[in-house]
Design a protein around this ligand. Structure first.
Ligand SMILES: NC(=O)c1ccc[n+]([C@@H]2O[C@H](COP(=O)([O-])OP(=O)(O)OC[C@H]3O[C@@H](n4cnc5c(N)ncnc54)[C@H](O)[C@@H]3O)[C@@H](O)[C@H]2O)c1
Ligand SMILES: [Zn+2]
Length: 361
């Protein structure tokens, strides 16, 4: 049995257990991290169907997909729990991807002014990223994650065995985020991912288990030192300012992972333009992302005005200037002391053009 990974936060710490077969020990895990509580499990329809229900507890199901991360769902779930008589001794279990995790976390943060919850991530993205860090929330018509709360889970239980049923695009998204972790914090990890890529794409259990553990360690270390995103945590936004703009501009037809991969490429071009990164970094990234079959295509140049406007709406502007978490030397951003860089609009525009040409070749 492997040791849990401990994640620090302002009010304490919580364990993350990662091992194939963990799901079968969910009941015991919940009893350990939230003893004597009455559990309710929240999940989505797809996960309810595909992932075995290990607990004999009431299950509250929402439709699968981003559309469920709303205040309407939050209200319905809260009302349902009240109807069922759940009191202050409640523990919520979030079984699903990042959508279920963020939504359940937000219900937990607000239900009776806050009850504990346990993250049981079932998508690779939720395993390597979303289930750790304590950010919860829902979307509004004005954008994603605009209403929410910081509410760390009581514990996180990860069973890599459930990845077998994920769609390819969801595996890709998780891999892109893991590559981002290597890029911002650990060059050696990045090299390991490169060597292990075929096995990871084949969903080899042992490789996935190592990937998930190392990514959680990296994210945990970064958020543990900066829970509320005042500084260092911003490095996790690498690729995301441009990525979110691409995601939005495509009306979310481009998946989060595919958009972040493109974002990392464009931002690497920008870092090169500013003299902060080696000029071969973008090519290096393109090679890597092609290996994991990310469809790398930027929209035509007439989208650039819209993309820049969307970046301005992202939460990463300070006094009207874009601040991007630019990767300079791969693996070094998280310790560089320079978490974000002010980037003039003209450089972003130029970088989109350069990246577009590079990808069209
Ligand atoms: N809180 C954070 O720090 C944080 C970080 C990153 C992302 N997020 C959020 O996470 C969300 C995206 O997460 P996601 O990609 O997991 O989306 P998701 O929850 O929609 O899951 C993706 C799809 O995979 C399905 N699925 C999940 N597990 C499965 C399994 N084992 N087998 C088969 N299908 C399975 C789901 O039903 C869904 O259709 C976004 O809303 C994003 O904002 C939050
Ligand atoms: Zn992301």
């Amino acid at each position: 049995l492997t040791e849990p990974i401990w994640i620090q936060h302002a009010a304490g710490r919580y364990p993350v257990e990662v091992a194939p077969g963990e799901l079968g020990r969910l009941e015991a895990f919940v009893e350990r991290v939230a003893p004597g509580r009455r559990p309710a499990l929240l999940t989505d329809r797809t996960v309810a169907r595909l992932v075995a229900q290990p607990l004999k507890v009431p299950v509250l199901v929402v439709p699968a997909g981003e559309g469920s991360k709303t205040r309407t769902r939050w209200a319905a779930l809260t009302d349902r729990l009240l109807d069922l008589g759940y009191g202050r001794d409640t523990v919520l279990l979030a079984l699903g991807g990042g959508v279920v995790g963020d939504l359940t976390g937000f219900v937990a943060a607000t239900y009776l002014r806050g009850v504990p919850y346990v993250q049981v991530p079932t998508s690779l993205l939720a395993m390597v990223d979303a289930s750790v860090g304590g950010k919860t929330g829902v979307n509004t018509n004005h954008g994603k994650n605009l209403v929410g709360a910081f509410h760390p889970p009581a514990g996180v239980l990860v069973d890599p065995a459930v990845i077998g049923t994920l769609r390819d695009r969801d595996v890709r998204t998780g891999l892109v985020e893991a590559i981002k972790h290597g890029l911002v914090a650990d060059r050696e990890y990045l090299g390991w991912i490169d060597r292990e890529l075929d096995r990871l794409l084949d969903r080899h259990q042992e490789s996935l288990t190592h990937l998930i553990r190392r990514s959680i360690e990296i994210k945990g270390e970064i958020v543990g030192s900066d829970e509320r995103e005042s500084g260092r945590r911003a490095v996790l936004n690498a690729g995301h300012t441009v990525g979110h703009a691409l995601e939005r501009d495509s009306d979310f037809r481009v998946s989060h992972g595919d958009a972040v991969a493109l974002g990392l490429v464009v931002e690497a071009v920008a870092a090169g333009q500013l003299g902060l990164a080696p000029l071969d970094l973008p090519v290096d990234l393109v090679t890597r992302f092609r290996r994991i079959r990310v469809p790398l295509a930027l929209p035509p140049a007439d989208a650039d005005d819209r993309l820049l406007a969307a970046m301005g709406h992202d939460k990463k502007t300070i006094g009207g200037t874009l601040h991007l978490a630019l990767v300079g030397e791969p693996g070094g951003l998280a310790t560089s002391g320079r978490w974000t860089t002010a980037v003039p609009e003209s450089i972003v525009r130029q970088s989109l053009g350069i990246a577009r040409e590079m990808l069209d070749e």
